[in-house]
Design a protein around this ligand. Structure first.
Ligand code: SF4
Length: 231
């Protein structure tokens, strides 16, 4: 075989091996980064299991840390676990959870592609509203979750999600439509799905808020094509 042909073949093999090596390195680094996120969330989960920073640990059945994609672009933030979440240890599993899943799907995602959590990790008795000292005591866990997940946008569902992130205790009517930033991440204040179940006439307004999420993720998207109002 001529030297030139041999050199060409060797060059191709070397190039191929280099591509394979880079893909292997990329894959290894991706797995390592994923493992790091899993480990950090596991650490928080263990701390929450032992947590006695507020009195809610006394009455909860299971704390609820959150669930979803560790690389989620959208983080949905609710208020606190309800009776079903407390029983199952998962966020948004009741009727409000079903509605949230419908919203996520109407936006073109599967529920497992987003991340869902609450301000409080333990259920307040009788589903009462969180107390400011409970929101403060629990905030460190949420802050760390957001740092780990690094979402592009946060949907803050209801008054307490917005209180936790904006530190302004405003009613949802006061803060609605006023987007803000938390740690450099755009926050869309909108209605809690439980509120939408009680006030279905607000779904249309809420849908306008949710469509903003898509606009943030993809500024060129034609959000007017998203017309699902049947959530
Ligand atoms: S609600 Fe938060 S701060 Fe209070 S006990 Fe549960 S994990 Fe701890």
């Amino acid at each position: 075989m001529a030297d030139a042909s041999l050199k060409k073949i060797l060059g191709s093999i070397t190039g191929y091996l280099e591509i394979e090596r880079r893909m292997g390195v990329d894959c290894f680094l991706r797995e390592k980064a994923l493992q790091r996120r899993l480990d950090l969330l596991k650490e928080i989960e263990e701390e929450v299991l032992r947590c006695e920073k507020c009195s809610l640990y006394k009455t909860r059945k299971k704390p609820v840390l959150g669930e979803g994609n560790l690389y989620a672009k959208i983080l949905f933030l609710g208020e606190a676990p309800g009776v079903e979440e407390d029983r199952e240890g998962k966020p948004f599993v009741g009727r409000a959870g079903k509605l949230l899943t419908q919203i996520v799907e109407a936006l073109g995602f599967r529920r497992e592609e987003v991340y869902i959590t609450n301000v409080l990790k333990c259920r307040p008795p009788e589903n009462r509203s969180p107390l400011p000292q409970e929101v403060n005591a629990c905030f460190d866990y949420l802050q760390r979750q957001i740092e780990i997940i690094k979402p592009s946008v946060i949907c803050a569902l209801g008054r307490f999600a917005n209180l936790a992130l904006s530190k302004n205790d405003l009613s949802l009517n006061q803060i609605h439509g006023k987007e803000y930033f938390y740690a450099g991440i755009k926050v869309i204040p909108t209605f809690h799905p439980a509120y939408l179940l009680r006030n279905p006439e607000e779904k249309k307004t809420a849908w306008q808020d949710f469509k903003k999420v898509i606009k943030i993720l993809n500024p060129k998207s034609k959000t007017n094509k998203l017309l699902h109002l049947d959530f």
